[in-house]
Write a protein of this length. Structure first.
Length: 134
């Protein structure tokens, strides 16, 4: 009887191997970027480009720019990714982010590093900034 109890305790105390949160962070970052890239087209002005919170339950990501017309589709795609990557994860990863705003160039939304310039402030360094690649 005693050996049966010991075996039962050993089986219930075994744990799975430690999770590789660095690998998950890399995968989440890459997969978010690939998914968001599908939703960049379809703008005619800067106001057609909106910020999308690109976080998952196991990965707090940076905001990405998408075309406003595709925001709901992009968010849905990220929810599906969250279920796939994070449903069993114990990781809590936070990405380092820079502030971005959307700029429409040639019918495609681009993320530009900085803050959205105000119309009455005149030209700023942010208006001349090159799009950043995520």
């Amino acid at each position: 009887m005693r050996s049966t109890v010991m075996l039962l305790l050993a089986a219930s105390c075994s744990s799975s191997p430690p999770e590789d949160c660095s690998a998950l962070a890399s995968t989440a970052h890459t997969q978010i970027g690939l998914r968001v890239a599908k939703y960049l087209e379809g703008c005619s002005s800067d106001s057609d480009c909106v910020l999308l919170e690109s976080s998952l339950s196991c990965y707090v990501g940076c905001k990405h720019v998408v075309a406003a017309a595709h925001r709901d589709e992009a968010a849905s795609d990220l929810r599906t990714l969250d279920q796939f990557l994070c449903s069993t994860s114990q990781c809590e990863i936070t990405a380092g982010c820079v502030e971005v705003f959307g700029r429409c160039m040639n019918d495609v939304c681009h993320a530009v590093e900085g803050t959205l310039p105000t119309s009455d402030a005149g030209p700023s360094d942010a208006t001349a900034a090159e799009p950043i690649t995520r």
